[in-house]
Design a binder for this molecule. Structure first.
Ligand SMILES: NC(=O)c1ccc[n+]([C@@H]2O[C@H](COP(=O)([O-])OP(=O)(O)OC[C@H]3O[C@@H](n4cnc5c(N)ncnc54)[C@H](O)[C@@H]3O)[C@@H](O)[C@H]2O)c1
Length: 339
């Protein structure tokens, strides 16, 4: 089977994607510098799939290490590039760290891929590129808005870099996947999300509150123009998301792509409010969540959910798991890591 490199493969979305790739029989080589993950994730992946992926501890900011990796692995057929820094707030404080880690590393990788006979490249992008879209649901044709943070900007610039490189590198084909809000964990509770410090995202905050690590969940604003006044997002189960990567990769490997650079939204198509997520969590966990409504948080868009038509019809992928499934898996995972 083809050899696939997964950068950031010990992280949240990367680890779930490695599992799905191995389930489909691919030979996986993980690159990760462990800056936001743990080496124990390798055991989780191995325990789920029965196969230990090859792991190389490499910092992609080190150009020499990237070059030497591809000298050793010149038979690579595909690269799924998850490795990046992703904390929006931190990116405002440390923009250069984000431009170096999210843009510099991408350039080093693409330089090496240009040298291969052929390469299929999948890039982790984000619905953050749409900002507050003028129309909902959001299609891939919605305009890219001025980024609200250096992190968001790295996704926009990253997409442009890939598009420009595909124009001049006939051996390269690429797909940018714009994720909506990935949540949940593997049903085995052997891998999941491992936020360092105070979680930036809603679901880890909910599960940490329920288990007693956080005292209370703050719901930022209930006066938005939405049915219950709280913000609306498109929460997608990480396992559904991981499977989309395998399908996107196969599209490129089997030459089913229509253009050499393509973009797909990955979401469920259904928006859920913060309070609906809280209710779903309470339903599946049987626990009452301690939360309070506080003022709005700067930078939050009111509502964002995907138009999934292109992913459904063109990519041939759709979500199978529900919000309840995702929250139950996240809750099982939280209990497992605290036991
Ligand atoms: N989680 C989300 O909500 C979300 C939403 C949209 C897009 N994304 C994007 O998806 C990708 C994966 O996100 P995630 O949630 O799995 O993040 P994560 O932090 O869990 O995983 C990223 C992994 O990359 C590794 N890494 C970071 N810099 C590296 C470097 N220089 N060299 C080698 N490894 C490095 C980290 O150690 C980590 O294991 C990122 O590009 C992120 O921006 C995530």
């Amino acid at each position: 089977m083809d050899k696939i490199v997964v950068t950031g493969g010990l992280g949240f979305i990367g680890s779930h994607t490695v599992v799905e790739l191995q389930n489909e029989g691919y030979e996986v080589v993980i690159i990760d510098d462990l800056s936001n993950s743990s080496i124990n994730v390798l055991d989780g992946i191995t325990s789920i799939t029965g196969v230990k992926p090859i792991f190389e501890q490499i910092d992609l900011k080190e150009k020499d290490q990237v070059e030497s990796f591809f000298k050793r692995h010149h038979d690579v057929k595909g690269i799924i590039h998850f490795a990046a820094s992703k904390a929006v707030g931190e990116s405002v404080e440390k923009p250069l760290l984000y431009y170096e880690n999210n843009i510099g590393t991408l350039v080093y990788l693409l330089k090496e891929l240009k040298k291969l006979p052929s390469a299929c490249f999948i890039f982790s992008s984000s619905c953050t590129v749409y900002g507050q879209a003028d129309e909902l649901p959001i299609t891939e044709n919605a305009p890219v808005k001025q980024a609200e943070s250096p992190y968001g900007n790295t996704k926009q610039i990253g997409e442009e870099i890939i598009k420009d490189t595909c124009k001049v590198a006939p051996n390269l084909k690429a797909i940018a996947l714009r994720y909506f809000n990935p949540i949940g964990a593997h049903e085995s509770a052997k891998i999941g999300e491992l936020p360092i410090g105070v979680p930036q995202n809603l679901v880890p905050f909910i599960t940490q509150t329920a288990i007693g690590i956080r005292e209370q969940l703050s719901v930022f604003g209930d006066d938005y123009p939405t049915p219950d006044g709280t913000c609306i997002r498109d929460y997608i189960h990480v396992v559904d998301l991981a499977k989309a990567h395998v399908i996107a990769l196969e599209r490129l490997l089997k030459n089913k792509n229509k253009e050499r650079y393509e973009i797909f939204n990955l979401g469920t198509g259904k928006g859920s409010s913060v309070l609906e997520v809280v209710q779903s969590f309470e339903r599946v966990s049987g626990k009452k969540l301690n939360y309070k409504i506080v003022g709005r948080r700067e930078g939050d868009v009111i509502a964002a959910y995907a138009d999934t038509k292109k992913a459904n019809e063109e990519l041939g992928w759709k979500t199978n798991l529900t919000l309840d499934d995702a929250l139950l898996s996240a809750w099982k995972w939280e209990q497992k890591i605290r036991s």
